[in-house]
Design a protein around this ligand. Sequence first.
Ligand SMILES: Cc1cc2nc3c(=O)[nH]c(=O)nc-3n(C[C@H](O)[C@H](O)[C@H](O)COP(=O)(O)OP(=O)(O)OC[C@H]3O[C@@H](n4cnc5c(N)ncnc54)[C@H](O)[C@@H]3O)c2cc1C
Length: 638
Amino acid sequence: MSPTQSGPTEREARKVAEAARESEWTKPSFGKELFLGRLRLELVDPWPSNSPDQIAAGEAFLARLRPFVESIDGAAIERDAFIPDDVFAGLAELGAFGMKLPTSYGGVGLSHLYYCKALTLAGSANASVGTLLSAHQSIGVPQPVKMFGTEAQKQKYLPRVAAGEVSAFLLTEPDVGSDPARLGTSATPVEGGYLLNGVKLWATNGTVSTLLVVMARVPKSEERRGGITAFVVEADSPGITVESRNAFMGLRGIENSVTRFHDVFVPDADVLGGEGRGLKIALTTLNTGRLSLPAMCVASAKWCVHVARGWAAERVQWGRPVGRHEAMSTKISFITSTTYALEAMVDLCCLLADDDANDIRIEAALLKLYASEMAWKIADELVQVRGGRGFETADSQRARGERGLEAEQVLRDLRIMRIFEGSTEIMHLLIAREAVDAHLAVAGDIIDPEASRDDKLKAVAKAGAFYAGWLPTLVAGKGAVPTSFADFGRLAAQVRFVERTTRKLARSIFYGMGRWQGAMERKQAFLGRVVDIGAELFAMTAACVRAKTEQATHPEGVELADLFCQQARVRIGALFTALWDNTDDADDVAAKQALAGRYAFVEAGIVLPSDQGPWVTPVEPGPSTKPDVRRHVPRASG
Ligand SMILES: Cc1cc2nc3c(=O)[nH]c(=O)nc-3n(C[C@H](O)[C@H](O)[C@H](O)COP(=O)(O)OP(=O)(O)OC[C@H]3O[C@@H](n4cnc5c(N)ncnc54)[C@H](O)[C@@H]3O)c2cc1C
């Protein structure tokens, strides 16, 4: 068996994911209720707001950040694949590496809303700059130490990162991507601490960081709980080698590493949150950490709106501005309305996170999924609107004497958003797990192949009682009453649609459950569509409530929200149809045959890749045999 095929079974992988999952729901969740068929509008309407102090601090920070961001040469970062030292220094001086940290630890103390606005602004200079800040703050040292660190750890590390030291988060390995059950980096207990051994792949900021959060496995023993554990590690500890800096189709400026650990000593005091808590820490950190990437998607989407507007009005073909040809106007309309909705979703999720009254884990996950997918579509449509110039680099346009606009770069930079911090497929599974949780909880033993007959019978009775109470609530609701949600004015019909469709969605999940029972968790295409419908409904809600709230200052927002909802309804209709009318089963059979080589003849007629190296690098333990390529960014003075 090849190294990629050995390792934990699917069942074990699920167990690891399940153990890391937070199963408690102590606060209300708009997202969870949505999948149960209940539109809990009162959780998001009235639109939440930051306190006057948060707003004052946030606006003051943005006012300081803006001139610096304007001074960043984003084109040079793209050209040189390098963020210059003075950008690090300038950001450090502004406090941008401690935006979300409390002022008591030297941070700026921004709310989630203003942190995300700052990321949107910084990401608009160059997406690699936004990614540097986001990887450092959302998954690197600041957030997990703030949430799970002891007071001693906070005192030790937070002032350092707030002052400008950069950090990284190291989970991925050559053999570990979406499946942490395969994690191979070990943490062997020794006197006073642990010895780390292993190789970590694709750590953003890994080549420039002075502090690392490293996930490693402590072996289980009689005295130890063991398991995947998070450590805060000094990046210059003996035994750490940065073996290479990786390069990608986009985000060319990021400092992304392969990092080897060979007998790296980490003291007991640097275990974060306790042994075996590593994945829970990673997942909990991501609950709010997932707001960052969408904030950067918004930056790109806004840029696309701007370029589409200017170009499509100016460029004339066939006697009209290209934006006045219907095939183009549908794209411009989509780009503009979707950007409006994306910003509404990001702001809403941030505000919900700030007032801390709601559990936002589903909303944040829906947002990450939806924003990364939609921003990609927006940028792709912009490339089309720009025609040949959409495919041409900005430098090439400038060299011809034209305005240099990097549409192709925006598209490339956005592509990874659908893969890292939870790929679209993994987000689908994660959200679907929560969406069907109520069903699994009541029907657990019915569908568990290992449950006894007696347990199954008991579960049938329990499920019967649950569904007898729940199903009737899905039949009627405010969405069927033509006068309801009148306070939304022109948008009332859209909100009624959301309410009706929320119930329809829950009924569909129930039908799916009845049809596939225990096998439902394997119906990934079905579950993916269910989640996508939920994401559209959340987006519609955010857009409508935002537009209603800002009606006095931005009456035109109502037009955009209405337009977005009309477009979303078309997508939702197609998704519902595809729930039951699709090629999923045929695709599954075909993929099996394709993997077995049956259709390899289709590949004839081209030159096939000559590289016959391993698909996945096997990790050889031991000291590094490569030079250390770490980049030492000078620390800001003062
Ligand atoms: C530019 C960049 C920056 C990164 N930064 C970091 C970082 O800072 N720290 C860090 O630890 N990691 C980082 N990563 C790693 C990133 O998080 C992973 O690439 C991501 O988790 C996906 O893992 P993978 O690439 O190994 O894909 P794989 O897990 O090999 O998956 C391959 C494909 O299969 C799908 N798939 C996998 N499992 C399932 C399943 N159960 N059901 C359905 N589909 C499935 C995936 O969605 C994907 O489409 C970075 C990666 C890149 C490229």
